[in-house]
Design a protein around this ligand. Structure first.
Ligand code: SF4
Length: 323
């Protein structure tokens, strides 16, 4: 079980027993559903009563409540936010450790580097720091706070640990998969990001220019409409009714019609055929920044809506961060 991760099964069972749990809900993001199934089968052999939750799950912001009759939730693959101590979080550190691409270009990197990673790859921070220091680099790892539990950890909606060392570094090294997180670090800091995929060892250099060009075009497309939708997620870690209210007020001040949409996942297909000019998402920034192609209208963030309305200058653009 969990062949790709560092995982203490005996410790987990001890924790479950110490809490007196018997009926256990297992919540996992899509990529870990197979592991959730294996965990469920093992729990049955322990005499426990597990259920695997099938609603989509993308982050700790999605933490499920135990269904009626269940004692608690085991949440896989994310670090907890403050106030989520009732659940058991299995962060599942990955065993992937391919640093080859980074090592091969280490001598060419800027002198002062910030180091960040997604939660699965945090264990590589110290190893990577040591390697870069051997190549004469000065390496900084930012502090946690708020929804960021660990040093150097970044979320798609929060780059605090990157911003914490912004003034001390010339560029960042990001460890993890995909473009969403390193793109966010580049946008939040305005600095280059060397994104290392620890599975393949490949490295990709990213900067904010391309992302900002795209966002500028999306804002332009959203401009000049008559009717806008504002989206609010009911997920506890995404709900921003205050931000939605502010955007609605500003739109209406500008003689625009506004429809407020609320839902857990706000899927694109629910908006097909609606007569709207654009959507403003106060939910996970991934909707506007990463999933936009799936929506029938431009999707912008609250700060982008302020730029669209002329209330904020483009030069003051910032990433939509959730506290
Ligand atoms: S709001 Fe989005 S980026 Fe932030 S934790 Fe949730 S899913 Fe991840």
């Amino acid at each position: 079980m969990f062949a790709d991760f560092d995982f203490d099964y005996a410790g987990l069972i001890k924790e479950i027993r110490s809490r007196g749990w018997e009926f256990i809900a297992i919540q996992a993001p899509e990529g870990l559903m197979r592991d959730a199934v294996k965990l469920s089968l093992s729990f049955r052999k322990e005499g426990l009563h597990p259920v695997v939750l099938v609603n989509p799950c993308y982050g700790a912001c999605d933490l499920a409540k135990p269904p009626s009759g269940y004692d608690g939730v085991i949440h896989l693959g994310h670090a907890p936010f403050p106030g989520q101590e009732d659940a058991i979080f299995l962060e599942l550190p990955s065993k992937a450790d391919n640093l080859k691409g980074l090592e091969s270009i280490a001598d060419t990197l800027p002198e002062r580097l910030g180091l960040v990673a997604t939660v699965q790859h945090l264990r590589l921070l110290d190893i990577t720091k040591g390697m870069l220091e051997k190549h004469g680099k000065e390496v900084h790892v930012g502090n946690p706070g708020g929804r960021i539990k660990h040093r150097g950890q970044v979320l798609g909606c929060n780059t605090l640990a990157a911003r914490d060392v912004k003034d001390d570094v010339d560029a960042y090294v990001f460890i993890g998969s995909g473009k969403f997180h390193p793109g966010g670090v580049a946008m939040a800091t305005g600095k280059k990001v060397y994104a290392l995929d620890p599975y393949s060892g490949q490295i990709e250099k990213m900067d904010s220019e391309r992302f900002l060009r795209i966002r500028h075009a999306v804002i332009e497309k959203a401009k000049g409409g008559k009717r806008y939708g504002v989206m609010v997620s009911t997920k506890t870690g995404q709900m921003r009714r205050g931000a939605a209210g502010e955007v609605m007020m500003e739109l209406e001040k500008n003689e625009m019609e506004v429809v407020l949409f609320m839902g857990e996942n706000l899927p694109p297909e629910r908006f097909i055929g609606l007569k709207l000019d654009a959507l403003i998402s106060t939910a996970c920034p991934r909707i506007a920044l990463d999933d936009i192609a799936n929506y029938p209208f431009p999707v912008i963030t609250p700060i982008e809506a302020r730029i669209m309305l002329g209330l904020e200058k483009w030069e003051n653009y910032s990433l939509d961060e959730l506290e």
